[in-house]
Ligand binder design. Structure first.
Ligand SMILES: NC(=O)c1ccc[n+]([C@@H]2O[C@H](COP(=O)([O-])OP(=O)(O)OC[C@H]3O[C@@H](n4cnc5c(N)ncnc54)[C@H](O)[C@@H]3O)[C@@H](O)[C@H]2O)c1
Length: 446
């Protein structure tokens, strides 16, 4: 199977794909049209953000089975059309979510503590302590909009900061122990610091505009590490000027093109951007929240893992539940009949020809039984053990457990036997005691 890699990634990705038997070609320089002319030769492509994978491109990719996006967002791919053609889209948010969480937190801490300003002033020979008095996160309410991979990563980082973390999401039931899900109204009522983590879509497009900003009860800080299109920058600048927004940390800007490397290729930079670059209340970074030394490798590994899982699915190992209870206590007796009668008379055992059966309910409230039985002293049933007793333990899936025990080097005695009251198997423990394992059908005794 041939895969075309369209952007340079950590070499581990190509290495792993080749080791899996894929043929991987790199083409980091051809134009989109040139790539389109040969794309029918490939069954997979790996892309970061070099160009848009639109309908035209996908129509030409007649043999394409998957697109691996070495990043989180998939907005540069015509998802609907790709799905209609059965092309699988593989993203790697697991690879850069921690980076985004740390970056968002780092930006707000830097802004609150005026680190950029103070650092610049010291370099200019200014030692201004009062001017650089910071603000603490403790006691503040952080509102997260979009509680997916990135939002959750930030909430996790905020543990230990003594802040309240709230989220709003279009999906219900996404809150967790790090963050309480609330309505948008409640979030806008309580938030001191708003962090945006929504994907680029019609709902999030220009979501942070004047109307939205003025629905917040208190003046607040804004962090955007999601996509520039989520914020109407001119409205943000108005709010920064009026004081409704106290400060902004922006890793993404609405002026970025689809490939964010060519930001400054815009002919003239808009007034709002010129305001942002002059303002002390604003901290900017060039779309690098998810761009760390560690995420470089993690993103590549995530894509390789997902392609491997797709083409070489690992056999799902069934979880083996081991012993669930005691099924029986068996022991040798000089005179089993007399002993059974003694237990019946003095301890109230409800005996039969074998011993006595005790009934109880297991954790799932299912009826279960445990057998008590004296055996004749000549019995060979406990062999090869030389002891005078044998325990029986209840199990849920005897066949699977015996396979597992065999793998673990445990001595299995005889073959599994099956009766109307369940399956039986025997093993020896560390001290040579014979153990009976029983997958019971308790109802057969009723
Ligand atoms: N700056 C960076 O370097 C960087 C790195 C990684 C991801 N990102 C961006 O971060 C954003 C989040 O990525 P993710 O992997 O967490 O996505 P995700 O799909 O895991 O989570 C997004 C969440 O937002 C919710 N959502 C969607 N539209 C919404 C709306 N209008 N209002 C409220 N909730 C909404 C979804 O239900 C989902 O729970 C994306 O835009 C992604 O491109 C940026």
């Amino acid at each position: 199977m041939k895969i075309l890699q369209l952007d340079s990634n950590h070499p581990i990705l190509k290495e792993r794909l080749i080791n899996l038997g894929f043929e991987v070609e790199d083409d980091f320089t051809s134009t989109q049209t040139e790539i389109e002319s040969k794309i029918a030769n490939y069954e997979g492509i790996i892309i970061r953000s070099r160009f848009k994978i639109d309908k035209l491109f996908l129509e030409k990719a007649s043999n394409l089975k998957f697109i691996g996006r070495v990043g989180a967002g998939l907005e540069n791919i015509d998802e609907v059309f790709a799905n209609s053609k059965g092309i699988l889209l593989i993203a790697a948010p697991e690879g850069n979510r921690n980076a985004v969480g740390e970056h968002a937190l780092g930006m707000i801490l830097a802004l609150f503590n005026k680190l950029k300003k103070a650092d610049l002033e010291i370099r200019q020979g200014k030692w201004l302590r009062e001017d650089n008095r910071g603000i603490e996160l403790e006691g503040k309410t952080i509102g997260i909009i979009g509680y997916g991979n990135m939002g959750k990563a930030l909430a996790k980082k905020l543990r230990g900061f003594d802040v309240e973390v709230l989220c709003y999401d279009i999906l219900n039931g996404v809150g967790d122990s790090n963050c309480k899900q609330v309505s948008l109204q409640e979030l806008q009522e309580k938030t001191d610091v708003l962090s945006i983590h929504t994907p680029q879509n019609e709902l999030s497009h220009k979501m942070v505009n004047s109307t939205f900003i003025h629905q917040f009860k208190k003046p607040f800080y804004l962090i955007n590490t999601a996509r520039g299109s989520a914020v109407e920058t001119s409205d943000l600048v108005d709010a920064l000027t009026s004081g409704k927004i106290l400060g902004a940390c922006l890793d993404v800007l609405e002026y970025e093109k689809s490939s964010f490397e060519n930001f400054f290729e815009n002919e003239s930079l808009p007034d709002a951007f010129n305001y942002l670059i002059k303002s002390d209340k604003v901290l900017l970074s060039p779309h690098v929240a998810g761009w760390t030394v560690e995420s470089h490798i993690k993103l590549a590994q995530t894509i390789a893992d997902k392609i491997e899982a797709l083409y070489f699915p690992k056999e799902i190992k069934q979880e083996v539940k081991r012993v669930t209870g005691i099924g029986g206590v068996f022991f040798k007796s000089e005179n089993p009949v007399a002993l059974r009668n003694w237990y019946q008379k003095h301890l109230g055992f409800n005996t039969d020809n074998y011993g006595a059966t005790f009934w109880w309910n297991d954790n799932n409230n299912q009826i279960a039984s445990t057998q008590w039985s004296p055996f004749a002293k000549e019995t060979t049933y406990f062999q090869p053990s030389k002891k005078d007793f044998m325990f029986n333990y209840r199990v849920e899936n005897l066949k699977l457990l015996l396979e597992k025990l065999k793998e673990e080097g445990i001595t299995i005695v005889g073959a599994m036997e099956e009766y109307e009251y369940g399956k039986f198997g025997w093993i020896l423990d560390l001290e040579g005691n014979k153990i009976e394992l029983w997958e019971p059908i308790d109802a057969a005794f009723l």
